[in-house]
Ligand binder design. Structure first.
Ligand SMILES: Cc1cc2nc3c(=O)[nH]c(=O)nc-3n(C[C@H](O)[C@H](O)[C@H](O)COP(=O)(O)OP(=O)(O)OC[C@H]3O[C@@H](n4cnc5c(N)ncnc54)[C@H](O)[C@@H]3O)c2cc1C
Length: 581
């Protein structure tokens, strides 16, 4: 890994100084900062997290948790509680230009979390904050980072603590080995690093929304999308009988433009809420009826908001000992609710790497893969949402006609359904160009891709286990498939024995996946044996001959190869992990 860096970078990522007052300072306790704090603290990293607000803001903002994010948050440890209070989003009914087009079905995904969940961003933040408190760390509220100074050894951060309702203010200088900017679109860390944040504000359109109760003639248990020549609108079912109504309306320059909120919005970089011009429920109702063509009754609003959005992203997500994650690095239109999800996955990606580097498990150069992996994801997302914004939500007359004519047929095809599910649920996000990705052939998921799930039976207690459960309980997981015929059994045993020895003392759980229990007695010590009698795992991983998949702590395949690639696997292990002793 060391060889992948320039000499300058090597210098800037020297060993952490133990003289620092804290290992990591996280600025911002939004969903991204809270996820990262949990990921670091649960691995024993000394972490402080500061937040200039006095508490979590009690509004629902980003309310979809996509499947890939749920898988990540399961590792963080909040999914049992999240599932208990969230509402499943199984189907989105689409009306396009006056016609019922069909439904996107979002259920039945092969994951312990088979569909997206609807839960307010504030509730997700509370669950993350509760988990952090159980781990013994409190967010430092009313605490603002004023200035960040970076050097080779870390960061010096000037912070200000204030007491709400009092004039008392105190300052502190914090020294940290690493500083992470999770402070949203106006990120101080991003500015300190001198990164650009290019993109544009979507002009000519604003969004109005309400979280309220809705009575109309369409059945519940679904969410609805209306595309019309005059704008588009969604109604998303939330927990406790509420509905999020989200409507795009023209942003007439010269009228709303003069409000203070609008002026603030023009200067703002991310999604900017115009609190000076909240919509009324009557305004929402009139646009709802206009776009849906139906009479509705709206009541009990708990949040009304008007806002405008931008799309922008930083030219890179790290520099030396500083990183940006979430809205600090990228903001986009809320199409498909990808913003917060992508940010949480940034934090999930960075957490295990940073913890492992601080604890001496990995070389510091491993941290470069954060930018290598997450920057292309954000870039792709921004391009994708921009395309969807222009092509699907604002199509020309020809495309509108195509939607009316062909939409119902396209939506019914498995290809379209699968594409939509995989894209929205972020299941196809992969890191093919990362220095942590090494592929030497074989079937199934390639190195860099998400590890699939499958059911197996554990030899010994004969308990049914899912691969997703095995990943949950380990940092790294090595799956050594014997293949469906055991004709290379002797080589598998030799390789397995050697790998166990090489990985001893490292955070890697080794599993041998065999088609029959009859061979269990021969297996090397220190290896768990998983019986794949139905060949479900062999099929999902498209394995017939002996193959190795080494899965990373974030459930992506790091290394894939046939048994013959044993030497390359050993080299990979030597490169990724620091030498022991
Ligand atoms: C009205 C509205 C509706 C939205 N709807 C959706 C949606 O439907 N779907 C979707 O995916 N996204 C939506 N978003 C965007 C989503 O809320 C963000 O993507 C998400 O909050 C990003 O999380 P974050 O942790 O990166 O940043 P934030 O949530 O912005 O958190 C950053 C935190 O850092 C704090 N902070 C800033 N500077 C400092 C400092 N110097 N010192 C200390 N603390 C600091 C801030 O107070 C803030 O709490 C919406 C946003 C808005 C405004």
């Amino acid at each position: 890994m060391e060889t992948m860096m320039s000499s300058n970078q090597t210098k800037s990522l020297k060993e952490p100084s133990r003289a620092a007052s804290v290992d990591v300072l996280i600025i911002g306790a939004g969903p991204v900062g809270l996820t990262l704090a949990n990921e670091l603290v649960r691995r024993g990293v000394r972490t402080r997290i500061i937040e200039k607000q006095s508490s979590i803001r009690e509004v629902s903002k980003a309310l979809i948790l996509h499947v890939r994010t749920q898988e990540a948050l399961n590792r963080v440890g909040i999914m049992t509680a999240a599932v208990a209070e969230a509402r499943a989003m199984r189907e989105v009914v689409v009306h396009g230009y006056g016609k019922h087009i069909g439904s996107w079905h979002l259920d039945g995904i092969e994951s312990p979390f088979p569909h997206p969940l609807i839960i307010g961003q504030n509730r997700t933040q509370h669950l993350l904050n509760d988990a952090l408190r159980r781990r013994g760390v409190e967010v430092e509220w009313n605490t603002e980072a004023l200035e960040v100074t970076l050097d080779d050894q870390g960061a010096t951060v000037e912070i200000r603590h204030s007491e709400p309702g009092s004039m008392q203010v105190s300052g502190e200088t914090v020294r940290a080995d690493y500083v992470i900017g999770c402070e949203g679109s106006k990120s101080l860390v991003r500015k300190t690093l001198g990164l650009t944040f290019e993109g544009e504000r979507y002009s000519g359109e604003q969004f109005i929304q309400a979280d309220c109760k809705l009575a109309w003639n369409l059945p519940n248990g679904r969410s609805y999308l209306f595309l019309t020549t005059d704008g588009y609108m969604m109604a998303i079912e939330m927990p406790n009988g509420f509905v999020r109504i989200f409507i795009s309306i023209p942003d007439a320059a010269g009228t709303t433009h003069q409000t203070v909120g609008q002026l603030e919005a023009e200067n703002s970089l991310g999604a900017a809420e115009d609190i000076s011009a909240e919509p009324t429920l009557d305004e929402i109702k009139s646009h709802f009826e206009r776009l849906s063509g139906m009479k509705v009754t709206l009541s009990d609003p708990v949040w009304l908001a008007r806002y405008r959005t931008s799309h922008r992203y930083a030219n890179q997500f790290s520099g030396g000992r500083a990183f940006v994650a979430g809205d600090s690095g990228h903001v986009h239109v809320p199409i498909g609710g990808q913003g917060m999800n992508t940010g949480i996955q940034d934090a999930f990606n960075l957490g295990w790497k940073l913890a492992g580097v601080i604890q001496g498990e990995y070389p510091p150069s491993l941290l470069e893969t954060y930018n290598q992996e997450r920057h292309p994801v954000a870039e792709g997302l921004i391009k994708g949402t921009d395309l969807a914004y222009k092509g699907i939500l604002h199509p020309g007359e020809i495309k509108q006609r195509a939607v009316r004519l062909l939409g119902p047929f396209v939506v019914r095809t498995d290809t379209a359904q699968t594409f939509m599910r995989n894209t929205l649920e972020e299941l196809t996000i992969a890191y093919p160009h990362s220095a942590l990705t090494e592929d030497h052939g074989g079937g199934g998921p390639r190195a860099g891709e998400r590890c699939p799930d499958a059911h197996l039976v554990r030899h010994g207690d004969q308990r049914t286990v899912r691969i997703s459960e095995l990943l949950q309980d380990a940092e790294w997981t090595l799956l050594l498939f014997t293949g469906t015929h055991l004709n290379a059994w002797a080589e598998v045993l030799a390789t397995g024995t050697e790998l166990v020895a090489r990985l001893s003392g490292r955070p890697v759980a080794v599993h041998l996946v065999v088609p029959t229990a009859s061979v269990a007695a021969d297996a090397p010590a220190g290896v768990s044996i998983l019986i794949d009698a139905l060949e479900e795992a062999h099929t999902k991983f498209a394995v017939t001959t002996p193959t190795v998949h080494l899965i990373r702590p974030d459930n992506h395949v790091g290394f894939r190869g046939r048994l013959q690639a044993g030497a390359e696997l050993k080299a990979y292990i030597e490169r990724v992990f620091r030498p022991r002793g």
